[in-house]
Design a protein around this ligand. Structure first.
Ligand code: C2E
Ligand code: MG
Ligand code: MG
Length: 307
């Protein structure tokens, strides 16, 4: 049994080049396939704009990797006494024309194209170098750095070796490095994820489950993953004071953490009232604009010195 996906482009102008016309029909055909196949789509200029923008972004990202146009910003994580206990490193693209570009604008494409592998390695190496540098500064030596790792990175065959190499080359204390994973890694090959997490954990590296509660949370996997921390997604923190469902979910995550012997940290804490409620629920670690926005390294070091 065969089905057809059909792309249609209108031939409106005699001067039009045949190649161009076929390209449009081809684009429309891919749209038909993306829409579930066995259907048809007419070309519209919007399709062209999306494809062109994507190609430009991809070319820009490739150049950015070569020219090392990335920087890290550091967002403080604090305990209930307000003491800075570490930071999450957040990637920014220092674009020559567009200025600082948010990771939301390029991480998905970096994952799709595989560029997340060299980019992610650079993030890891930079964070490890920071840890090594701070280890000789009394005020900074106790801090932990949390690094976001995408599913694509984790499932790459060389992942464990590369993390260990970054630690070894820099001389960082692996106990100060925490990798943030999201539940999306549970969708493919959980066994692979567990084996790699175990190997890194044996070397002292910690793990946090980011954006917890938003994805496909399987409690049976949760029990098997060698995690250290659950990170309550900021989507629940935003409504925690006004939405009883959000508050109930936050409470549930704190209780779950307690019963599985996992730390719990809340992200996106913006007001004192949110912090107080979280403390009452039993959550004693926080990250959010209330304490600090993500800032460049020097500003983060100044923040730690000031507290
Ligand atoms: P995430 O890991 O969940 O990071 C938290 C995001 O929440 C950050 O956005 C941070 O700036 C923002 N945030 C923190 N506190 C508050 C707050 O109080 N209010 C509000 N409204 N927002 C807050 P950012 O820096 O834009 O990063 C977005 C996402 O990009 C991250 O979400 C993470 O998934 C991804 N990302 C960032 N850096 C990396 C990286 O090095 N590697 C990978 N694979 N992903 C990264
Ligand atoms: Mg994160
Ligand atoms: Mg998060």
């Amino acid at each position: 049994r065969s089905t057809a996906s059909i792309g249609i482009a209108l031939f409106t102008d005699r001067r039009e080049v045949v190649d161009e016309l076929l390209k449009r029909a081809d684009l429309a055909m891919y749209e038909a396939k993306a829409a579930g196949r066995n259907t048809l789509r007419f070309f519209d200029p919007e399709m062209q704009a999306v494809v062109t923008a994507r190609a430009a972004l991809e070319a820009g990202l490739r150049a950015a990797v070569q020219k090392e146009q990335f920087v890290l910003h550091y967002q403080a994580q604090v305990d209930s006494s307000g003491r800075v206990i570490g930071a999450e490193v957040l990637l920014r693209w220092q674009h020559p024309e567009r200025g600082l570009v948010s990771p939301c604008a390029f991480i998905p494409l970096a994952e799709e194209t595989g560029l997340i592998l060299p980019i992610g390695q650079w993030v890891l190496e930079t964070a490890c170098r920071d840890l090594a540098e701070w280890s000789s500064q009394p005020q900074m030596a106790q801090l932990a750095l949390a690094v976001n790792v995408s599913a694509r990175q984790l499932h790459h065959a060389g992942f464990v070796t590369q993390v260990l190499a970054a630690i070894e080359c820099s001389g960082a204390d692996p106990h100060r490095l925490k990798l943030e994973l999201t539940e999306s890694l549970l969708v493919h090959d959980v066994e692979d994820a567990i084996a790699k997490m175990r190997a890194l954990k044996a070397a002292g590296v910690g793990f946090s489950l980011d954006d917890f509660g938003t994805g496909y949370s399987s409690l049976s996997y949760l029990k098997r993953l060698p995690l250290d921390q659950l990170k309550i997604d900021r989507g629940f923190i935003g409504g925690i004071l006004v939405d009883s469902d959000d508050a109930a979910i936050a409470r549930m995550i704190v209780d779950l953490g307690a019963s599985l012997a996992l730390d719990v940290i809340a992200e996106g804490v913006e007001t004192e009232a949110q912090e107080e409620l979280l403390a009452r629920l039993g959550c004693h670690a926080y990250q959010g604009y209330l304490f600090s926005r993500p800032v460049p390294k020097l500003a983060f070091e100044a923040l730690v010195a000031a507290v």
